[in-house]
Design a protein around this ligand. Structure first.
Ligand SMILES: Nc1nc2c(c(=O)[nH]1)N[C@H]1C(S)=C(S)[C@@H](COP(=O)(O)OP(=O)(O)OC[C@H]3O[C@@H](n4cnc5c(N)ncnc54)[C@H](O)[C@@H]3O)O[C@H]1N2
Ligand code: MOO
Length: 392
């Protein structure tokens, strides 16, 4: 299968997971299945926009008390000629007509006197003409910022931190969001170790962190990573027992004596969606779906090849399950020498300026330095644009 078809199959085949009511504080990264609308006015009550004195009628005003944010005003309705000291955001007492900021008044005993246009203010700034009908009221009325029914975020939108904060502000404690896809990682290989320095014949696992990051970026969550020996029974059992939406298997993708994955998936009556891709590196990658709906992504064991496969199959699959709308891949102008792959694509690290770096199927350093990969078809020529994949 061509690389473009494999990517499209991974992106377009799976349906979004079911929607469920979710606490907003736990919904970040998930996709809304229904629009979020404002449920209560913001602000929810009339309040002071400045620190100072809430006043009624004409001054000077006799100070009757103090209201701080978070506490109801006491003393009942504010009568003409009286004031209460008030904090920004505090509930405005009934009867208050304006808030006089501290800067615009002075206090003598229990009287608040508005600073006249001709007087210097207590803080030394000139008063300006603050009196008369054009004086600012410094009152925020209930619903000034947002009224019930206003759209906070449409269906299909990812719940970002700002969407979550806006929803909470608007009174939504729960939202309807697609379930977050879960991933189990099975790291196969007798030689693979998950901690410390490799002994003779051993290699350090490079996949768990990459799969965690790619899964999270697509809106999913890696629940568990297990290392398995090259034993078909162990792999079969692990595949059977993994209770997640996606199972990622690293290694065991090829034709060696210890590569059992394909036979096990056939025995489990899996449907192959992708089985080998015309790309280099990463051609043994595969995507299958088990009869119970769980997806299996097979990453070739060579680390750079596995990274290519995770970006080709895992990321679009998890994004689709999460309900994310498909976004076109970015393109960049790419320059430099490369050996293309006849009949397929070569996937090569590129720096920020689009300059190619050489990379074999094993080393990850070139991708780490470059930050992105370019997908080069066999008719690509130096300076042509190409689709790119961002490395996690
Ligand atoms: N006769 C054939 N041999 C191979 C073919 C083929 O088509 N015919 N394809 C080659 C290609 S391309 C690749 S890629 C690899 C894929 O191998 P597997 O997915 O079966 O993986 P292994 O054989 O277990 O390991 C390959 C290589 O990767 C290292 N490895 C494995 N897991 C990890 C890990 N978690 N972290 C770091 N490195 C890992 C492993 O030690 C091997 O060096 O097959 C070719 N052979
Ligand atoms: O997937 Mo393999 O060499 O193409 O590394």
């Amino acid at each position: 299968m061509s690389w473009a078809d494999a990517y499209a199959v991974a992106r377009d085949t799976a349906k979004p997971l079911a929607a469920e009511l979710t606490r907003v504080v736990e919904a970040t990264g998930r996709v809304l299945a229904a629009a979020v609308r404002c449920e209560r006015p913001v602000p929810a009550f009339d309040n002071a926009a400045m620190d100072g004195f809430a006043i009624a009628g004409d001054g000077p005003w006799t100070v009757r008390g103090r209201v701080l944010a978070g506490r109801p005003a006491d003393g009942g309705r504010l009568l003409p000629g009286t004031a209460v000291e008030i904090a920004t955001g505090a509930l405005l007492p009934d009867g208050a007509e304006a808030v006089l900021p501290y800067e615009d008044c002075r206090v003598e005993d229990d009287l608040v006197i508005e600073v006249a246009a001709t007087e210097d203010r207590p803080d030394g700034r000139p008063a300006g003409d603050q009196t008369g009908p054009r004086r600012k009221r410094h009152i925020r009325r209930a619903g000034d910022a947002l009224s019930p029914g206003t759209l906070i975020a449409p269906a299909g939108r990812i719940v970002t931190a700002t969407v979550a904060a806006a929803a909470l502000q608007a009174g939504a404690e729960q939202v309807l969001a697609h379930r977050r896809p879960t991933v189990t990682m099975l790291v196969t290989g007798d030689e693979v170790i998950t901690e410390g320095s490799p002994g003779p014949g051993q290699v350090r696992d490079t996949f768990t962190g990459l799969v965690t990051a790619i899964t999270a970026r697509a809106g999913g969550r890696l629940d568990i990573s297990r290392r398995l020996p090259d034993d078909p029974a162990a792999l079969g059992e692990a595949l059977h027992g993994a209770c997640s939406d996606v199972i990622v298997v690293s290694g065991s993708s090829s034709a060696g004596a210890a590569d059992h994955l394909h036979r096990l998936l056939d025995e489990a009556a899996a449907t192959w969606l992708v089985r080998g891709v015309a790309c280099r590196p990463g051609h043994p990658q595969a995507l299958a779906v088990l009869p119970d709906g769980r997806h299996v992504v097979s990453l070739p064991g060579n680390p750079y090849a596995g990274l290519v496969a995770a970006l080709t199959l895992l990321e679009p699959l998890v994004a689709a399950l999460a309900g994310r709308p498909p976004a076109p891949l970015p393109t960049a102008t790419v320059t430099g020498p490369v050996r293309l792959m006849a009949g397929g694509v070569r996937i090569v690290p590129i720096g920020p300026a689009g300059d190619l770096a050489a990379a074999g199927p094993v080393g990850l350093h070139a991708a780490a330095v470059a930050g992105a990969l370019a997908v080069l078809p066999d008719d690509w020529t130096d300076g042509d644009p190409a689709v790119t994949l961002t490395v996690p």
